[in-house]
Design a protein around this ligand. Structure first.
Ligand SMILES: [Zn+2]
Length: 228
């Protein structure tokens, strides 16, 4: 990191301290000392039971969402992803952990296999710019670093999919998602759950499931914060 950048980051941390804390879900100012990233209402909404969703592109495994991509769920995803609210990893992780317990309780996950969370692939450069991938941070907060397997990577070969035809988008995605076999080997798989922040068409999830299957890893379920 350059000196200029380091200074900027320092100034930003000071500003973060000086500015009143606001809820990462609804933007309501939190009374000091805030002691959290979300107001009580947003935390409760986020901790609701997950709902089964049916994306346009069927990934072939059950897909669960903490909520729809609006209101609190949208607010939290945008704040974590676009505004670098790293403090949201803890409440997001708690919500994911709670949802996983529900899935185990409902018999959706094999109770004899410990969970292994695989964060959805993300553009490395974009994640770096935002100060780390919020999905991975939430997954680690949910189950601990040793139950998170960063097996899905992205290739720089693919271009941004905005404005592409559906067929070109699919081909682009196929090139984009790849499996890091070394990361896979270093983990006992267990019940593999793919996690992501937003599910739109399900196309990325479907490619990810296929890629992992080709590498010998069966995905038991997909869990996302918000489904469009
Ligand atoms: Zn709130």
């Amino acid at each position: 990191m350059s000196v200029g950048r380091r200074i900027l980051r320092g100034v930003r941390s000071l500003l973060d301290l000086a500015l009143p804390a606001v809820c990462g879900g609804c933007g309501t100012p939190l009374p000091p000392p805030s002691g959290g990233a979300l107001c009580r209402e947003c935390r409760d909404v986020l901790r609701d039971v997950p709902a089964r969703v049916s994306p346009r592109v069927d990934p072939g495994v059950p897909v669960w969402a903490l909520g729809r991509y609006r209101g609190v769920h949208r607010g939290v995803v945008v704040a974590a992803k676009e505004h670098g609210r790293r403090d949201l990893a803890a409440p997001l992780g708690a919500a994911l952990a709670r949802a996983l317990l529900d899935l185990y309780g409902w018999g959706e996950l094999d109770p004899s296999a410990p969970v292994c969370l695989v964060p959805a692939p993300t553009r490395a450069a974009a994640a770096r710019r935002r100060g780390g991938d919020p999905v991975t941070a939430a997954a680690v907060a949910a189950v601990g670093g040793d139950r998170v397997c960063r097996a899905l990577r992205t290739s720089f070969a693919a271009r941004d999919s905005v404005g592409l035809s559906p067929a070109a988008r699919r081909a682009n995605l196929e090139r984009w998602v790849r499996v890091d076999r070394r990361a896979l080997r270093s983990r006992a798989p267990g019940s593999v759950v793919l996690v992501d922040d937003v599910l739109t068409t399900g196309a990325t999830a479907a490619v990810s499931v296929r890629r992992l299957a080709a590498a010998g890893v069966g995905v038991a379920a997909i869990l996302v914060v918000a489904a469009v």
